[in-house]
Design a protein around this ligand. Structure first.
Ligand SMILES: NC(=O)c1ccc[n+]([C@@H]2O[C@H](COP(=O)([O-])OP(=O)(O)OC[C@H]3O[C@@H](n4cnc5c(N)ncnc54)[C@H](OP(=O)(O)O)[C@@H]3O)[C@@H](O)[C@H]2O)c1
Length: 148
């Protein structure tokens, strides 16, 4: 199964100003919707609380601190699923990720929630595609395969 982390990210590697921020600065929500539609989406409880609505058309799997990623993933029978944040959840699932889709936004936050909170291990990536975000000049999604 492809396990794809998808995120909107600042130029300095942040996904939010703080853990309770409802992210309103992203410019690629239409691409996020198109790519995740129909697939299970895994998110942390903080992220769930920041969402204004359910993610319709997608099975939402909300993670809590005692959940075991391997067990969660073994219950998913689709050909792919998405890990949609936040930073703590991205780290929890990091050993299992196969791909990352990152849209770099022209912002610097200096502090906040990193793409991965307290990540311990390095990763090596291969850039597979760079996808222009429709109707957003000079905004691109970088699609990486995770080698290890
Ligand atoms: N830019 C983007 O693309 C993007 C995408 C998604 C989210 N975000 C933003 O990311 C932010 C949330 O990220 P986050 O990292 O704070 O939260 P998160 O990953 O969404 O959720 C927190 C997770 O960590 C667990 N947790 C909380 N405290 C813990 C502790 N002391 N020890 C172990 N586990 C603990 C929670 O479990 P419990 O339920 O048991 O507490 C939950 O599973 C929000 O502002 C959201 O808007 C941005």
């Amino acid at each position: 199964m492809d396990i794809i982390l998808i995120a909107a990210i600042t130029a300095d590697g942040y996904i939010a100003r703080h853990s309770n921020e409802t992210v309103e600065w992203t410019l690629d929500l239409h691409l996020f919707k198109e790519q995740t539609m129909g697939w299970p989406v895994i998110m942390g409880s903080n992220t769930k609380e920041t969402l204004n609505t359910d993610l319709s058309g997608r099975k939402e799997i909300v993670i809590h601190r005692d959940d075991i990623p391997k067990q969660i993933l073994s219950n998913i029978k689709t050909e792919k699923c998405f890990v949609i944040g936040g930073g703590k959840t991205n780290t929890l699932f990091s050993p299992y990720l196969t791909h990352m889709y990152l849209t770099f936004h022209p912002l610097v936050f200096a502090k906040g929630v990193k793409l991965f909170s307290n990540l311990k291990d390095e990763m090596e990536l291969t850039l597979l595609n760079v996808v222009p975000v429709i109707n957003r000049k000079n905004l691109y999604q970088f699609q990486y395969k995770i080698n290890k």
